[in-house]
Design a protein around this ligand. Structure first.
Ligand SMILES: Nc1nc2c(ncn2[C@@H]2O[C@H](COP(=O)(O)OP(=O)(O)OP(=O)(O)O)[C@@H](O)[C@H]2O)c(=O)[nH]1
Ligand SMILES: [Zn+2]
Length: 337
């Protein structure tokens, strides 16, 4: 590796830092020759990066320090980008992200973490029964999607066990798309075409609690993948191919799905409540009468009178209730849901 950061220490006049990493220098090669690829997986300090159509294993260059590099990231690579067995490239740059999905501060994970970059859709997979749907978790995911600039999609599985109408009534006030699926006796999935239609040519992140049928869905969408279904291993009590980080899988029809094992919901401490109102355009004008710094979830909020006066139309009351539900979903612990 010698020569990569060649510099004359006396001329630059910097002290070597304590951890022994070399200081950054301005005259480091600009890496104009870097090849761009997309990160599909991360495992113990090694990234899988798809370059054209072949996977390349890469490490993170030292100058990136501990910058997160996540599935969906477009990165610049140098070094051995052949992808042949045993080869190792180096990620020297992370391209600007269009979106990033992050989670913050909950009781078990105090650090804000970026989970996925550049995805444009968040598919919230919820079983209609077994396990019972968790509307508060869905609300949190909706807020996380809005915050990340991603479009939410509800995927309601196990329609053979319960009717989706009752659950969807809860979302009457929200303009959220949804698809309904069920595994038939022959193993094929009703509603799969509708899911395909929604994920085609997009980058879709799937989240959901254990047991909702997410792996079943991913395996059907991306033939040839083998996401463990049923998940419990009698010996270890843990998932068989359990990986804790997200993985991007290419759809045969074009586009990507990103499976996020272990991500069931989101801490939302980083989300600014003022931004919620952007997703309720018909209520926005009503906030002009609100007291300064109104949380829109208190007795002085002007939205009640605005909606009661009919300014937000027939669906106004339901929309306001939804807004408030989302606002409240920021509070509390996602692990409780
Ligand atoms: N009745 C019914 N069962 C289903 C349906 N979809 C999946 N299942 C079953 O639900 C169980 C859980 O499915 P998985 O695909 O493993 O669920 P998961 O969300 O990936 O859960 P983990 O593997 O724990 O992450 C399995 O036994 C599936 O066969 C469905 O539409 N109807
Ligand atoms: Zn208000």
């Amino acid at each position: 590796m010698g020569g990569r950061y060649d510099y004359d220490e006396s001329r630059i006049g910097v002290r070597p830092n304590r951890r022994g990493t070399r200081p950054r220098t301005k005259d480091r090669p600009a890496h104009k020759d870097a090849i761009i690829g997309m990160v599909t997986a991360v495992d113990r300090g090694r990234w899988t990066v798809l370059v054209d159509d072949h996977p390349v294993t890469a490490m993170r260059a030292r100058e990136l320090h501990r910058s997160p590099i996540v599935p969906g990231d477009r990165v610049g690579l140098v070094g051995d980008t052949s992808g042949t067995e045993g080869s190792l490239a180096r990620i020297i740059r992370i391209e600007e992200r269009d979106t990033f999905l992050r989670r913050t501060a909950d009781d078990t994970d105090p650090v804000e973490r970026v989970l996925v970059a550049n995805a444009d859709q968040l598919a919230i997979v919820t079983a209609l029964a077994d396990p019972e749907p968790r509307p508060r978790m869905v609300d949190r995911c909706l807020v996380a999607a809005y915050d990340a600039g991603m479009e939410p999609l509800l995927v309601l599985t196990k329609a053979d066990l319960a009717d989706p109408d009752e659950f969807m009534r809860t979302y009457a006030g929200l303009d959220v798309s949804y698809v309904v699926t069920e595994v038939r006796d022959d193993g094929t999935i009703t509603g799969l075409d509708a899911v395909h239609e929604r994920v085609h040519d997009r980058m879709t992140v799937l989240v959901g609690h254990s047991g909702v049928g997410k792996s079943t869905l991913v395996n059907a969408l991306v033939p040839g993948t083998d996401r463990a279904v049923g998940h419990v291993n009698a010996v270890t009590g843990r998932g068989r191919h359990t990986s804790t980080s997200a993985i991007a899988l290419p759809l045969p029809e074009g586009g990507w799905v990103i499976d996020t094992p272990g991500v069931r919901s989101f801490g939302l401490a980083h989300v600014d409540p003022a931004s919620f109102i952007d997703h309720f355009p018909e209520l926005a004008a009503g906030t002009e009468e609100c007291p300064r710094g109104c949380t829109h979830d208190n007795e002085y909020c002007a939205l009640d009178a605005w909606v009661a006066a009919g300014h937000a139309g027939d669906s106004g009351p339901a929309r306001l209730e939804s807004l408030r539900r989302l606002l409240r979903s920021r509070l509390g612990n996602p692990e409780d849901e």
